[in-house]
Ligand binder design. Structure first.
Ligand code: PMT
Length: 404
C-alpha cells in the first residue's frame, strides 16, 4: 500500500516524522509532500532519511534531467500511484485551500487530482480552530466524506489551552490503517440490532406506524458485519435491502419485536436498539375491515412493552445502546432514557431537522455516554455515523467495563 503524507506548516510538523515511521511499521510505503511553510519547521532531509525516498517540496523544482513535462505532471502520477492521502498537520490555510479547491503548490494540486480516501489531522491555535471560517471549511471537508482525526485539547505551543493540538501520531496511523485495511475489531462479538418501525394493526387493512425507514439501524448492522461481528438484525417492515451477512428476523408489531429480541438475547453481548417502536397498540384490533360510517370512530390504545427497558432490567454484562428520537430537549431526554432504561449509551437523534433523522440518507446525532461524556457526531452519511457509533461502543468497552 502506498500513502502520501502531506505535511503542513505548523509547530506540530515534527510529529509527522513519527507518523511516517508508524505508517511504515504497518507495511505502508510513504511518500512525503511538504508545503513550503512546513519546511520552516522541519527539513525535508529528516523525512527523506526516515522514508528512504525523495521528499516532494514544490510543483516545479528541478528533478534532474527528466525535467519540465514530467515534473509538470508529477502530481497526477503521484495521485495515481497512491491509495490514500493523509494530511498532518493540516493548517487552517491548507484546510481552506482544500475546501475551496485552490491549487497553488504541489500538495493542494495533488489533493485536487487525488480520487482516493483522504484523512485530515488538523492542528492550530484554539481561536483559529473555533473561527467560523475554519468551522465552515471543516464542514465542507466532512461533507465531502474525508476522515477527520479530531485535534486534542491541551496546552498549545502558543501558550493557550483548548482544542487544536494535533492528534497523537498513533491515532492518525490507526485511522489510516482502518481506512486502508478495514478493522475487524468486533470479531467474536454477537451484536443484536433492532431497526425500522413497527406496525400496529387497526384492522386487516389499516395500521399505526411511524416514519422510520430502517436506514440507520441497517447501516449499523452493515458496519458491524464488516468489522467482523456476528449480527442478528431484527427489523420492522422496511423496503430497503437487507445487509449482506446478517441473520435477519422480520417482525410486524412491537410485541413480535419483543419476542424476537428475547429469543436471541442470550446469544448477544452488544444490543443496539435503533428501532422506532410504537409505544401503543390498538386495544381491540378488528379482524374484519372496519366499515366507514358518518359517526366518529375512537381507537383505544394500550401501551406496548418497552423492550429497551426490559432488556436493561436484565442486561448483565452486555453493552446496551438505546436511541432517542426527539423534537426538543434531546440531551436531557437521552440522559433520562439512559438512566431509566439502564443503557451504556443513548444515541440522541433530532428528528425535526430536514435532511437528517427519519428516512434520510444522512444523520447527525449526539451520543450520551454512561461515563458522563457527550459526543457530537456531525451530519454525515448514516454509514459514517454508524461507524462512529461502533467506535464509541468499542471505547466504552475498553475504558470502563459495563455494570450488571
Ligand atoms: O430508520 P431511519 O429512517 O433511518 O431513522 C432513524 C431513527 C430516527 C428511527 C433512529 O435513529 C432513532 O432515533 N431510533 C429510535 C426511535 C425511537 O423510538 O425513539 P424513542 O425515544 O421513542 O425510544 C427510545 C428507545 O427505546 C429506542 O432505542 C427504542 O428502540 C426503544 N423503545 C421504545 C419504545 C418501546 N416500546 N420499546 C423500545 O424498546
Amino acid at each position: 500500500m502506498n500513502v502520501v503524507l502531506g505535511v503542513g506548516g505548523g509547530i506540530a510538523a515534527y510529529k509527522a516524522a513519527e507518523l511516517s515511521r508508524l505508517l511504515q511499521d504497518r507495511g505502508i510505503t510513504v511518500q512525503v509532500v511538504m508545503t513550503s511553510a512546513a519546511q520552516k519547521f522541519i527539513t525535508p532531509l529528516t523525512f527523506a532519511a526516515l522514508t528512504n525516498r525523495k521528499v516532494i517540496t514544490d510543483l516545479f523544482t528541478d528533478r534532474g534531467e527528466e525535467e519540465t513535462l514530467s515534473s509538470a505532471v508529477e502530481h497526477i502520477r503521484v495521485a495515481q500511484d497512491h491509495q490514500l492521502l493523509v494530511i498532518a498537520p493540516a493548517t487552517a490555510d491548507l484546510i481552506a485551500k482544500m475546501a475551496h479547491g485552490h491549487a497553488d503548490d504541489f500538495l493542494s494540486t495533488l489533493y485536487l487530482a487525488f480520487t482516493g480516501p483522504v484523512v485530515i489531522a488538523p492542528a492550530m491555535n484554539t481561536n483559529m480552530w473555533n473561527h467560523p471560517a475554519v468551522v465552515q471549511n471543516m464542514r465542507v471537508l466532512r461533507e465531502r466524506g474525508h476522515r477527520i482525526v479530531e485535534p486534542g485539547e491541551g496546552l498549545l505551543a502558543c501558550g493557550t489551552t483548548g482544542p487544536g493540538r494535533l492528534a497523537e501520531p498513533m491515532a492518525i496511523a490507526h485511522e489510516v490503517s482502518t481506512v486502508l485495511f478495514g478493522v475487524k475489531d468486533l470479531e467474536g462479538e454477537v451484536v443484536l440490532i433492532t431497526a425500522g418501525p413497527t406496525e400496529e394493526p387497526i384492522d386487516p387493512v389499516r395500521y399505526i406506524t411511524n416514519r422510520s425507514s430502517g436506514k440507520m439501524g441497517y447501516a449499523v448492522a452493515d458496519a458491524a458485519v464488516r468489522r467482523g461481528a456476528r449480527v442478528i438484525l431484527i427489523s420492522g417492515p422496511t423496503s430497503i435491502p437487507i445487509p449482506a451477512g446478517v441473520e435477519f428476523i422480520r417482525v410486524g408489531t412491537a410485541r413480535e419485536m419483543r419476542d424476537a429480541v428475547f429469543s436471541k438475547l442470550g446469544a448477544a453481548n452488544i444490543v443496539i436498539k435503533a428501532a422506532a417502536v410504537a409505544d401503543y397498540h390498538v386495544s381491540n384490533a378488528s379482524d374484519q375491515k372496519i366499515k366507514k360510517t358518518a359517526a366518529r370512530l375512537t381507537l383505544e390504545l394500550d401501551p406496548n412493552p418497552d423492550i429497551l427497558a426490559e432488556v436493561g432490567a436484565q442486561k448483565g454484562d452486555r453493552i446496551l445502546i438505546g436511541f432517542a428520537a426527539e423534537t426538543h430537549n434531546m440531551v436531557a431526554e437521552a440522559k433520562r432514557k439512559m438512566q431509566t432504561k439502564n443503557c451504556d449509551m443513548v444515541v440522541g437523534n433530532f428528528v425535526n431537522t430536514p435532511g437528517t433523522g427519519f428516512a434520510s440518507d444522512e444523520n447527525a446525532v449526539t451520543l450520551v455516554l454512561r461515563t458522563g461524556e457527550i459526543v457530537e457526531i456531525e451530519k454525515a452519511s448514516k454509514q459514517d455515523v454508524a461507524g462512529k457509533i461502533l467506535d464509541q461502543i468499542q471505547k466504552l468497552r475498553l475504558v470502563a467495563p459495563a455494570k450488571s
